[in-house]
Every structure is written in C-alpha cells, then in structure tokens.
Design a protein. Structure first.
Length: 225
C-alpha cells in the first residue's frame, strides 16, 4: 500500500476518514502541522491530505512552508471555504488539489488516485529535446512541466496546470467549452468552477492573455501579442 499522511484536527471526521482510507492506503492520522513534520522527517509519504484550518499553524501556511523546503509530495487540501479566491490561495500555497467540505468519500478517493497517478517524483526536469509548443515568445514543454517566459524565465507548472495548457496548446485556434475541458483534464465529479480556478491560476503564474475567455463559449489559447 502507498503511505498517506492525513492531517485533520476534527475529532469526529479525522478518525472516520482514516478508517475509510485505510482500505486502500496505509493511513497515518495526525492533528497538527508539527506532528505532520515529525512524520515526514521519519519516513516516506506518498501523498498527503491537509486540512486548511489546523490549530496553531494553518494548513495553508504549513503547505507553503513545505514547498519552500522542496517537499514535493502530492497534497490535497481540505477546507470549508469554497469560493474561487479561497481555492486559488490554497493552490498558490502549493497544494496540488483542493476539496471543499462536506464531500463524498468516493470523490476524495478518486482525487487521491488521480494525484498519485500523475505524480512523477523526478519531475519537473528540464529536457531541451522534449516536444514543445511555441506561442507569442513563450515556450511550453509539457514533458518537463515548464513554460519559458520571455520576461521572467522558467516557470514550473503542476501536473493539472500542464494537462490543461497542453490541451489548449495542441489546438491553438480551437475554443474548448468548460464541459470539454472538465472531461479531458479533470477527474470525474469535478465542477465547472474547477476549470475556472485552474485557468485563473495559470494566468496568475504566467500572463493574463495566456488563455483567452470566449464569452458564452469557453476558452482557447491566447495570442500573447
């Protein structure tokens, strides 16, 4: 079994989650970021579920610190806050995915499977020979999970950001509906707002014109000048 670290301080939800997830994962439950650090220092963890509202140190602040320390374990953040701004700040902190409470356990386990399927512990690595897309002075390498900016250099993308941009870049003139992007990029059970979240996140990392919104229809790759 893969090893899962669950960081959840709710005295009722935490044990229930641990027991459900234990069917497929070797699951360790702790209630604080400090306890989570002790687990990470002592053994390998394949994936993490982190509640945003932890006592003492928030889950968001802890995840941000983990990423600064170059801990690259896939992280799913849980929160009771479901507005677009809340999802974006959680992703900005370094989470790979975001799930709003209350949730269905089938969706939780599907998201965990997707995280570990697409996670490559050796990525991202820059490979100049890998296939690239060139547009508006930018160079995008899906295999390396990087986009090269003409202004600020190399930008590392998450697996989901890479998958979304790869779909748009492969057919730059085509408009993709939210429903189509949801089906091609995201796991079953996601909402259309998830597409909007990741479009917003890619724009914040790169350029507002990287992805064009076509009112009433969807998205396509922007012209970037």
């Amino acid at each position: 079994m893969l090893r899962l670290l669950l960081v959840e301080d709710d005295p009722r939800l935490g044990p229930i989650m641990r027991d459900v997830l234990a069917a497929d994962w070797h699951t360790e439950l702790v209630t604080t970021a400090a306890d989570g650090d002790r687990i990470l220092e002592s053994r390998h963890i394949d994936a993490m579920i982190v509640d945003r509202g932890l006592p003492g140190r928030s889950g968001e602040d802890w995840v941000r610190e983990l990423r600064r320390r170059r801990v690259r374990t896939p992280i799913l953040m849980l929160t009771a806050l479901g507005q677009l701004h809340d999802r974006v700040t959680g992703l900005d902190a370094g989470a790979d995915d975001y799930l709003v409470k209350p949730f269905e356990f089938a969706e939780l386990t599907a998201r965990l499977r997707a995280l570990t399927r697409r996670y490559d512990p050796s990525a991202p690595r820059y490979d100049p020979s890998a296939p690239r897309y060139e547009f508006g002075g930018w160079s995008f390498s899906p295999e390396a999970r990087r986009i090269e900016s003409p202004y600020s250099g190399s930008i590392v993308l998450t697996a989901t950001e890479t998958a979304l941009l790869a779909v748009l870049a492969a057919e730059p003139g085509r408009i993709f509906s939210r429903e189509e992007l949801l089906d091609r990029v995201f796991t079953q059970g996601e909402r259309e707002t998830t597409v909007e979240t990741y479009v917003h996140y890619l724009r914040r990392k790169t350029d507002r014109e990287l992805i064009e919104t076509v009112r009433g229809l969807g998205y396509r790759l922007g012209t970037l000048g």
